[in-house]
Design a protein around this ligand. Sequence first.
Ligand code: SAH
Ligand code: SF4
Ligand code: F3S
Length: 453
Amino acid sequence: MPELVNSQQNISLIQNLTSNKKYYIQTYGCQMNVYDSELVATQLENSGYEKTDKIDKADAIFLNTCAIREKAEETVHNRLSNLHTLKKKNPKLILGVLGCMAQNLKNDLLESKPYVDVILGPDSYRRIPELIKSREQKNEYLVDTKLSKFEVYEDLYPSRSEGINAWISIMRGCDKFCTFCIVPFTRGRERSRSIESIVEETKKCVSEGFLEITLLGQNVNSYKTPNGTFPELLKSVASVKGVKRIRYTSPHPQDIDDDLLEVMRNHSNICNQIHLPLQAGSNRILKRMNRTYTKQQFLDLVNKIRKYMPECSLSTDVIVGFPGETDEEFSETLEVIDEVGFNSAFMFKYSSRPGTKAAEYSDQINEDEKQSRLEKLIKLQKNKTLIANKKLIGTVQEVIVEKESKKSSHQWAGRTMGNTWVIFDKTNESLKDNIKVIITDAQGITLFGQREN
Ligand code: SAH
Ligand code: SF4
Ligand code: F3S
């Protein structure tokens, strides 16, 4: 009886359509991980999974992890212990650990968290459809943390959430080996995507309504292909029609050259903003960190950037309490911070990472000392941020309307080209409009203004 067969087919079709499995991804760490989670989302969606924001409704939960400091790892360990409860309630739940911790701590995870089903390093996400299938059929673990020498996701398009900014990863890995840093071990060697594939992805982002593109890489300006280096790539992306703003992160000071600054100066859609990680102000510590520049070379670079782009906003990363750092050497960091006047800074206590060179140094600084140095640094930088922001009072800034202000439904929030948030009263503009705002006040890390008529 053909009707019966047909109706049975219909029922199973409906079941397939309505019983889509759900995934939940939680992302820790840097923007590279945000981008990678979007790649993972694409893979899961291709395997018939649907995104959910409710973790207790998920059939598969993935944590995309970070190993940069001990605290980042602790957070994930705690999260996994909590998720064990969900797993006990639902043994079919797939629990996956992705990213830098998976790469770095797979043995530790296998031993201490045997209820984790999947451990995939940053170069293994292409295996997700295959592993989902095999995990659904057999109850097997899957571990793959092999790092690749080649770009592995060139043709894979990430599943992005709507918004203003789209991240585009342009290179992976790091060959710099700063002595404190785990990234070269978790992410492997440097490799770059082709200019064409990045330009294609940029066009796609524009057609989907993104206004801002942020080019990403652990060492973004080491980008290198037979068809060009970072300045050429930046020029090509800036020439894509419809790209309103371009940012990039994180560059290494050593690889910022005249060509790059020239391209930035010549393209009005490349934001006048550079993240310039200092790490420390003392030459001896910089050398011990293997940062490849001296304090003077860093200061000269700042001057050069400001010659090319006097309004360029600068941010930085600083580590306090690197092994062997004396009080005087720490004071040199404060001096550089004072002299440069960064618009903002990410400031960290040194965290020993097993496997790195600095973890073997015998002169580790105690926790209280690190804490007290961090507090001094934060106090100074807060003041510097306010001074830099107050300098903008009276200027007119280009701002994209990004979202409603958290404090009032009568106000918008948006960022300047320099990447500082501005709060301003609503008039007749809409979300995503690019408008001019006169800055009237600066408080904390935020600017306040009024739309220019
Ligand atoms: N590739 C980027 C940095 C990536 S990590 C660069 O070279 O600038 C982001 C920041 O974390 C670093 O700039 C550094 O300030 C900080 N960091 C890295 N390893 C750390 C460690 N072991 N302890 C404390 N902070 C660290
Ligand atoms: Fe880490 Fe240094 Fe590479 Fe940055 S440049 S990712 S700090 S090793
Ligand atoms: Fe963390 Fe890995 Fe990024 S260690 S900072 S997630 S590259």
